[in-house]
Design a protein around this ligand. Structure first.
Ligand SMILES: [Fe+2]
Ligand SMILES: [Fe+2]
Length: 249
């Protein structure tokens, strides 16, 4: 199915690649590029998080190994996004030249600021889990190269999230560890919920209209809360307020 399917709204829009993309309205083109720019920069910053922030934080050789492996995978995810953009004539090498702290596209601040090992655990257990939910929406993207990209990236991200869960679960084995985890959670809960963006975002509505997203920002956030809150409670943690500390409301 190709361009022009809007004539029959019951048929799902599929834009197979750059040639069909060029025939799409400007609104669609701009949305695909914006979505991919944000996603691709986020992946590169993820790589830098593992290498620059988390790697020096730990004295555990296995955790250092994990940081290196994750760093490599996040760079791979960056390259996959960069390829999609390159094929649309958009160059992303500027991202490689911009230091982590100066990148402006990806709105979640915690990619630049993780201070404790418990926060590192939640970065994966909650932060990467929030990104994973967005990737699952991309599986059904109307732009086929995005849907195809999401498959291998999701496979990696599931492992990243599971490791974050293990870090927090192990920490919660002692009273002291659980208190540390709770302190980190009190900050990182808002960070994870912010990954979904502003509730009244106009762009979010356009992503839905063009089949580039499946849920609105707020719907996606509520789904995430429903999924994550029971897991936190099962570890004896208290789920913080859903509004407090949020940057994007
Ligand atoms: Fe990633
Ligand atoms: Fe990841």
């Amino acid at each position: 199915m190709t361009v022009g399917v809007q004539e029959n709204p019951r048929e799902k829009l599929v834009v197979n690649g750059p040639d069909e993309f060029k025939k799409m309205p400007e609104e669609y083109q701009n949305l695909v590029i914006r979505q991919m720019l944000v996603h691709t920069e986020g992946e590169l910053s993820g790589a830098d998080d593992f290498i620059q922030l988390f790697y020096p934080m730990t004295d555990d050789p296995y955790e250092k190994f994990v940081c290196c492996e994750r760093g490599a995978e996040e760079v791979d995810h960056y390259m996959r996004g960069a390829k999609i953009l390159h094929d649309l004539g958009v160059d992303t090498t500027f991202m490689l030249k911009t230091p982590l702290q100066e990148r402006q596209l990806y709105g979640t601040e915690a990619v630049k600021d993780i201070n404790t090992w418990a926060e590192r655990g939640f970065f994966s257990f909650l932060g990467e889990a929030a990104v994973l939910e967005q990737l699952k929406e991309m599986l059904e993207s109307s732009y086929k190269p995005i849907a195809e990209m999401a498959v291998p990236v999701i496979k990696d991200e599931k492992v990243h999230v599971a490791h974050g869960y293990r870090i927090i679960r192990d920490m919660c084995q002692t009273e002291e560890g659980r208190a540390e985890a709770q302190t980190a959670l009190n900050r990182m809960w808002a960070v994870a919920l912010d990954v979904f963006g502003k509730s009244d975002s106009e762009r979010s509505k356009l992503y839905l209209k063009w089949g580039l997203r499946k849920y609105s920002n707020e719907e996606a956030r509520q789904r995430f809360i429903k999924m994550a809150a029971p897991k936190l409670e099962a570890l004896g943690l208290t789920v913080p307020d859903n509004i407090k500390g949020r940057k994007f409301l």
